[in-house]
Write a protein that binds this ligand. Structure first.
Ligand code: C2E
Ligand code: CA
Ligand code: CA
Length: 642
């Protein structure tokens, strides 16, 4: 029996020692909470040495004296207080950003523990906590304080960890529950029996559980950044998304990832990734930060936590505004942040993934070092739609599902169709008809516009080759150029290429550009247009009257035709002032020898009024909606004979 108890304590000491050694050598992470846990294990080890002394004394292995017994008791109190103080401290550092707080705050938190320790250690002399007389152990008033401190740390930390366990990786959350169960069992046992025998075993089990989990959590860690990895993130989404409580998810992406990858050695990229992680870790809890790979970080903040988004952004901005040194080259990094606010469980797992992927796939729109977009503005439904349209575009390109429709343009003077506007159509098998007004801007965002426009150019040029425009009485076919296309450096060459490919005359093609194109780089645009014009193409200015139209500026561009947008046309029929404005506008444009197309002509009345106002050309549903090539040719055949 005697040997059993000694052997048992020796066994525990050995196990603890092995664990400590394993923990020490296997984990190279210097996270603060790990150091605290290590401290906690060391104290636990010392506790068992002291326990061994107690057993040895009780069983007569060492000579008993009041002084030795006093010493054993003092150490017992001090170490048990210490172990729970450290346990609470560990939990706090693990779950909250406490580890990064100022030193004095740590001191305040630890001071009751330190005081209780000092009281216990000095008790052999002061007798404040206990004393030993003639082999009998007596407690004093201060013992209550010591026990209370111990209990508050133990129960407080366990309760806190239980409440916040959703912030931890799943496995940690489970261990915390287990630890809480053991702590509760031990406390109840102690309260009922005043027997401390369970005390040691529970404590040691709990420390072991936490150590083991901390080690296991390494499987959920990204080795490069020290942040949690993709699996941990997926686990979080699995268990926490859809639950009550408001959360914010920040997706932070390194925009220059590919650029650095292409121009530097991979090690440079790893350096950047790690440094950015360190920068972000500085003031957010580690358990809330994930690294998903390919320059993508995720931060999850629960609304009840103290977190200043502004400070976080400022810190990042400050970092990216200064340069990174990559093999002696100074590089500016750009970050893209998508903020997703998740309200009270309103979004389920599946939708969250869609939302998240939509944010992830979002094209960058600015070249600011820190580009922030808010998912809320875009809305989950809109995001979803955005994604589906992107998919439809992709499908249409692969399966060749785009079509070109033609809408006739009529000369008021000849009352004949003299031109047509080529308009793209997308009839998707999943989404049905998708308006170019919706998919053209999306394709401009994701760059697919280039492929789409090749398709349009190819088809329009082929149309011009296949039909003799002059015999049809046509001047030209109008083709829309998006803003991105206008800015495309290779546009001139592309047009030249298609002129050669189909052997058509450039004067049979009119290019529609919009004023928004002038917002980007006026000089470059002017040069580009002049070069294209020298090939023989003519230009129309589309959408005149939407937004802010500057007449003088318009004249600086080599446009031959002005297309009045349907909104400005229609407004003339509702309001006398607008009518006068339109009338003046038309005569002004005529003064500078520009031709006018009125769009959106839907009725005979509109046709008559616009003809009287002097519009040169009319376009609208009154004549025909945009229709397929065959229908269009048939329509021209009928209309132009009349
Ligand atoms: P847009 O260039 O202003 O094209 C005229 C739009 O007005 C067409 O819409 C046409 O169907 C519509 N429209 C014509 N007459 C009437 C009318 O009397 N009443 C009404 N309510 N609407 C009329 P659509 O085809 O949906 O095209 C929308 C926009 O998408 C176009 O506006 C253009 O900006 C863009 N787009 C269309 N095709 C292409 C293309 O091939 N390339 C590029 N870059 N953009 C295109
Ligand atoms: Ca147009
Ligand atoms: Ca237009």
């Amino acid at each position: 029996m005697i040997h059993m108890r000694v052997a048992y304590n020796l066994l525990i000491i050995t196990i603890l020692f092995i664990c400590l050694w394993f923990f020490h050598v296997s984990i190279k992470d210097d996270a603060y909470y790990r150091k605290v846990l290590k401290g906690c294990m060391c104290v636990g080890l010392l506790m068992y040495f002291n326990r061994l002394l107690n057993v040895a004394m009780v069983e007569g292995f060492v000579g008993y004296s009041d002084a030795l017994y006093s010493f054993e008791r003092a150490v017992h109190f001090a170490l048990t207080v210490m172990v729970y103080t450290l346990y609470a401290y560990f939990m706090l550092c693990l779950i909250s950003p406490f580890g990064t707080y100022k030193k004095w705050k740590h001191l305040v938190f630890l001071s009751p523990g330190i005081l209780a320790c000092l009281l216990a250690l000095t008790s052999p002399w002061t007798h404040w906590v206990f004393y030993v007389q003639d082999g009998v152990y007596h407690t004093e008033k201060c013992v209550l304080f010591v026990i209370l401190v111990r209990a508050i740390y133990a129960l407080g930390a366990t309760g806190y960890a239980l409440l916040k366990r959703h912030l931890l990786p799943q496995i940690f959350g489970r261990s915390v529950t287990l630890v809480a169960v053991f702590a509760a069992m031990q406390s109840t046992h102690f309260l009922l029996t005043r027997d401390e025998s369970l005390y040691y075993s529970t404590l040691i089990i709990n420390i072991l559980i936490l150590t083991l989990t901390t080690t296991v959590v390494d499987f959920y860690k990204d080795s490069l950044t020290g942040l949690l990895n993709r699996e941990a993130f997926e686990q979080y989404v699995e268990t926490e998304i859809g639950k009550r409580g408001n959360k914010a998810v920040y997706l932070i992406k390194l925009k220059n990832y590919e650029y650095i990858m292409d121009n530097w050695h991979e090690s440079a990229l790893l350096e950047v990734i790690a440094e950015l992680a360190t920068c972000m870790r500085k003031f957010v809890r580690i358990p809330a930060m994930y690294y998903l790979g390919v320059g993508r970080y995720v931060l999850i903040v629960h609304k009840r936590e103290i977190f200043s988004e502004e400070k976080f952004f400022n810190q990042l901005r400050e970092r990216v505004e200064s340069t990174f040194d990559l093999n002696n080259v100074n590089v500016h990094l750009n970050l893209f942040i998508a903020v997703m606010n998740l309200e009270n469980g309103k979004i389920n797992k599946q939708n969250f993934y869609k939302y998240f992927t939509a944010c992830d796939d979002m094209r960058y729109r600015s070249s600011e070092p820190l580009e922030i977009i808010r998912g809320d503005n875009i809305g989950i439904d809109k995001m979803h739609r955005y994604r589906s349209v992107e998919e439809a575009i992709e499908r249409a390109l692969v399966e060749n599902e785009f079509r070109i429709f033609y809408q006739p343009i009529i000369s008021t003077e000849k009352n004949k169709i003299i031109s047509a506007e080529a308009l793209i159509r997308l009839n998707d098998r999943v989404l049905g008809f998708v308006s170019p007004e919706e998919f053209i801007p999306i394709s401009e965002n994701n760059g697919k516009i280039m492929e789409i426009s090749e398709y349009v150019i190819d088809n329009v040029f082929r149309f011009v080759r296949d039909h003799n425009l002059e015999d049809m009485g046509f001047e030209f076919i109008e083709m829309n150029l998006s803003v991105m296309q206008c800015m495309d450096k290779k546009l001139t060459e592309k047009l030249q290429y298609y002129l050669n490919k189909y052997g058509v005359d450039a004067k049979h093609i009119n290019l529609e550009i919009t004023e928004t194109a002038t917002n980007f780089d006026e000089e470059r645009l002017k040069k580009q247009l002049t070069r294209i014009k020298s090939l023989g193409f003519t230009f129309s200015l589309d959408d005149y009257g939407t937004g802010y139209s500057n007449l003088v500026r318009v004249l600086e561009y080599p446009v031959d035709v002005i297309k009045l947008d349907k909104s400005i046309v229609w407004s003339a029929f509702h309001d006398r002032d607008n009518y006068i404005t339109l009338k003046n506008l038309i005569s002004m444009f005529h003064d500078v020898r520009r031709k006018i197309v009125a769009e959106g002509v839907e009725s005979e009345e509109q046709k008559n009024v616009l003809t009287d106002l002097g519009c040169d050309y009319l376009q609208g549903y009154y004549y025909s909606k945009p229709v397929s090539e065959e229908e269009f040719l048939a329509f021209v055949g009928k209309y132009n004979i009349l």
